[in-house]
Design a protein around this ligand. Structure first.
Ligand code: SF4
Length: 145
């Protein structure tokens, strides 16, 4: 039987976002998705969950700086199943400008990625649309026998 927690999780989810060394351009677009214009919370998406153990979706920006390599995997393991990972921006998808240097992209080399949003940076509407497409697919029916 489905618990109240599972039911709530299938209707609304919490997002943790990790900046693995971005220029902050993508992070500003994530913050813009919280603004009244895009209002991501109207869809039941709580977009600022700092605790990985209470998160459902991981948004990752940046090209994975050296000091993030182990931390990224460790934080990924702390998020309970089922979970969704979305790589935001060209840096996290492929490395873009930062392909050579003190970084080792892409994010998908470290953790499984469910969706990629390319762009430098992607627009807030693309972030909202991708979350609405990918996350409900994973959480729909979660906890049902
Ligand atoms: S994709 Fe562009 S905006 Fe995003 S972190 Fe990389 S350089 Fe910055």
């Amino acid at each position: 039987m489905r618990s109240l927690k599972d039911f709530a999780r299938s209707k609304s989810f919490h997002v943790i976002y990790l900046n693995t060394g971005s220029c902050n351009g993508c992070d500003i677009e994530i913050l813009a998705s919280l603004s009244p214009r895009y209002d991501i919370e109207q869809y039941g998406i709580f977009a600022h969950q700092p605790n990985p153990r209470e998160a459902d979706v991981i948004l990752v920006t940046g090209p994975v700086a050296e000091q993030w390599e182990e931390k990224l995997v460790s934080l990924y393991r702390k998020v309970p199943e089922p979970k969704v990972v979305v790589a935001i921006g060209q840096c996290s998808c492929s490395g873009a400008l930062f392909e050579d240097g003190e970084t080792d992209p892409p994010v998908s080399d470290y953790i499984p990625v469910d969706a990629k949003i390319p762009g430098c940076p992607p627009r807030p509407q693309e972030i909202v649309d991708t979350l609405l497409q990918v996350a409900p697919r994973v959480f729909k029916g979660y906890g049902e026998e």
